[in-house]
Write a protein that binds this ligand. Sequence first.
Ligand SMILES: C[S@@+](CC[C@H](N)C(=O)[O-])C[C@H]1O[C@@H](n2cnc3c(N)ncnc32)[C@H](O)[C@@H]1O
Length: 190
Amino acid sequence: MPNTDTIGLHSPLLTEYLTELKILSSELPVLDLACGSGRNGLYLISNDIAVIFADINKISLEKISEVSVNSLSVEKTQLVELWQVDFEDESTSPLSDKCFAAVIVYRYLHRPLFENIKASIKSGGLVVYETFTTEQPQFGRPKKTNFLLKHNELLQQFFGWQVLHYFEGVVSTADGQGSQAIAQIVARKP
Ligand SMILES: C[S@@+](CC[C@H](N)C(=O)[O-])C[C@H]1O[C@@H](n2cnc3c(N)ncnc32)[C@H](O)[C@@H]1O
């Protein structure tokens, strides 16, 4: 596993659903949407799950490539795919015609993308989504309502899917120094 001092800690939720993700990804990759440092996707790669790292930020993707080459075996490096993409560009529809075993999204919200995310997951595949809620501004950024989930919003967005996990509330930040208000969902596409 790459050094977490550089990339940050992965989400414990992925450890919980690792076996499930591994089974699902035997034929299709997992999309780490708005991957940033790749802390979550790299955890999946280190567990032999193929991941497409997608982000608008070219430098983030270059760093993921560097971390992969420096800290992963050749076999695991082959599971890494990088995709520089603007998910908010209305003139393109980057997720159309794509199919993933699962889509993981952490700390990113662009509401118009929900329908495309749902369509891009194979039948029986998973979504793992975690981001901040409207309670977050009392603890820090983000503060703009466009970036904050409303109460039960993830449940509404994935209505009709089999909900394996849902949480909404205040938790400690990964460094234990503060608090953050988040919602999490793990759901299976019918
Ligand atoms: C708060 S970071 C979260 C990174 C990562 N998911 C994590 O939890 O560590 C948000 C990420 O969204 C990416 N992003 C913002 N706007 C985007 C867009 N329009 N298309 C693709 N990625 C975008 C940023 O470059 C950044 O890496």
